[in-house]
Design a protein around this ligand. Structure first.
Ligand code: SAH
Ligand code: SF4
Ligand code: F3S
Length: 484
């Protein structure tokens, strides 16, 4: 299954005895890994530790929880940082700086490995789907023990065993897959909230974007599997779920019994114990009236819509292959605001797409001012090799892009500050998420519309809903007081 060199006879025997059926096979390998971890523990006279570091989006974060699930079952104890016996980076390649961050940290990992003979280093995630990346890892980072891709997560226990028994770089990357494997062990980062995959992959091929190439074609999970997972989460104390997909609005299309995203949401709403439902991401071309209606009638769906616009220029949107224009987007926003007056709208914007003129950029700026987003993620266009935009003429010079980026950021910030204080003085329901990082006397929670509030409170409030009076708005967050 990988670039096999010197076959270790112990590993050969382990592989030969492995069951063929997926679930049984992965259980078997978890068991083998566990025995090996116990043996190493005995030899080293200490626990074996692991560190899973996530780069990238919520999809990657969820995959990391599956990886940690396997590692903990195999007997590893999570460590605070990369001083660990098994370190894995779950990588992102959506923009070049995401990749550079990984390369930057690999040098550091090699110094840690020199001090710990038991240390294994693994790389997985979106970057590993790219052949030029795998080449580079092979040539320049030979100390990496294991490389695998986005479609191999379900085989992680098998790959872990290979890494434990091999002394060369194990590489396993499936190019694309229709397979959805259910029932992997998962260790959630938070006790009270969880991501839930509803689709994998993407079919949209926006011309700048690498995701469809590294995540494969769009596949929807069966509704019964999603609902069963959420019921189990609710039974385990989860009160908030985030339904995850690159384009949740196209959920259900390829299923044997197709259902819409809005219908799925109505089913999730019925699950006792789940109090808040979020989702990510909505593509404007597929956002239906049915969804707006379901949101308007829902008690649980949060008042937040992330609706990436990417550009305010219809000309650029066409070249981006987004399948909507400025007018369609603005009509959609109006419809949403009419039916959901309290919804917070957020977005993603790319500056400096090839051929973007000052006029195009001014259209983006004017759209931002017209929509008045609650917040916006702004990105400088990053050339991704293999995407159509990478070879388009008229790549915009760096200084021009930087200037536009700064102007956009300023506008976005001014608007968010203005919007943020609308709830000042109100009593709102807050889900408490953590103790405040700067001040241990404060806790931090989130409103339905995704705004953050800090207020005096105890650690015991984490995961609970409380009513908080929003005293003052500090730009990007509120300071409040708990109402009894
Ligand atoms: N599926 C989501 C987006 C996933 S990627 C959607 O379509 O909305 C998250 C964001 O990264 C995108 O919305 C886009 O704004 C940004 N992005 C993607 N490719 C990029 C690139 N090549 N350069 C800069 N930003 C990019
Ligand atoms: Fe990328 Fe477009 Fe798919 Fe989003 S919808 S992941 S931007 S190709
Ligand atoms: Fe990055 Fe992959 Fe997500 S490229 S944004 S981690 S799907």
């Amino acid at each position: 299954m990988s670039k096999k060199r010197k076959i270790n006879p112990v590993l050969e025997a382990i592989m030969a005895a492995a069951p063929v059926e997926d679930a049984a096979r992965q259980e078997y390998f978890i068991d083998v890994a566990h025995k090996e971890v116990l043996r190493l523990k005995e030899t080293l006279q200490r626990d074996l530790t692991c560190c899973v570091n996530t780069f990238g989006c919520q999809m990657n974060a969820r995959d990391s929880e599956k990886i940690l699930g396997v590692l903990e079952k195999a007997g590893y104890v999570p460590s605070e940082d990369e001083h660990a016996d098994f370190v894995i980076y779950n990588t992102c390649t959506v923009r070049e700086n995401a990749c550079n961050r990984v390369y930057g940290r690999l040098g550091y990992l090699s110094t840690l490995k020199k001090k710990n003979a038991a240390m294994k280093i693994a790389l997985c995630g979106c970057m590993m789907q790219e052949e030029h990346v795998r080449e580079k890892i092979h040539q320049s980072y030979p100390f990496v023990d294991l490389v695998f891709g986005t479609h191999n997560i379900y085989q992680f226990s098998e790959l872990l065993v290979m890494a434990l028994f091999c002394d060369y770089q194990v590489v396993e990357v499936i190019e694309g897959s229709d397979k959805i494997v259910e029932e992997l062990p998962i260790v959630r980062k938070y006790a009270y909230k969880s991501g839930v995959n509803i689709t994998f992959g993407c079919n949209n091929f926006c011309s700048y974007c690498i995701v469809p190439y590294v995540r494969g074609r769009e596949k929807s999970r069966e509704p019964k599997d999603i609902l069963r997972e959420i019921e189990t989460l609710a039974a385990d104390g989860v009160v908030e779920v985030m339904l995850l997909g690159q384009n949740v609005n196209s959920y259900g299309k390829g299923l044997k019994d197709p259902i819409t995203f809005a219908q799925l949401l109505q089913e999730v709403e019925k699950i006792d114990g789940i109090e808040r439902i979020r989702f990510m991401t909505s593509h404007p071309k597929d956002l239906s009236d049915e969804l707006i209606e379901v949101m308007a009638n829902s008690k649980k769906i949060c008042r937040h819509l992330h609706l990436p616009v990417q550009s305010g220029s219809s000309r650029i949107l066409k070249i981006m292959n987004r399948h909507y224009d400025r007018e369609h987007y603005l009509n959609l926003v109006n419809k949403i605001r009419e039916k959901l007056p309290d919804v917070a709208l957020t977005t993603d914007i790319i500056v400096g797409f090839p051929g973007e003129t000052e006029e195009d950029f001014l259209e983006t700026l004017s759209l931002v001012k017209e929509v008045e987003y609650d917040s916006a993620f702004t990105f400088i266009y990053s050339k991704r090799s293999g995407t159509p935009a990478a070879t388009m003429p008229d790549q915009v010079p760096e200084d021009v892009v930087k200037d536009r980026f700064d102007r956009l950021l300023k506008a976005v910030q001014e608007i968010s500050e203005k919007k943020a204080n609308v709830l000042e003085g109100q009593d709102v329901t807050v889900l408490v998420e953590s103790v405040n990082e700067q001040d241990p006397n404060l806790v931090t929670g989130r409103l339905s519309n995704n705004s953050i509030v800090h207020f005096p409170g105890e650690k015991t409030l984490i995961g609970k809903f409380v009513t908080v009076h929003l005293d003052t708005c500090k730009g990007f967050y509120y300071l409040g007081t708990k109402v009894n």
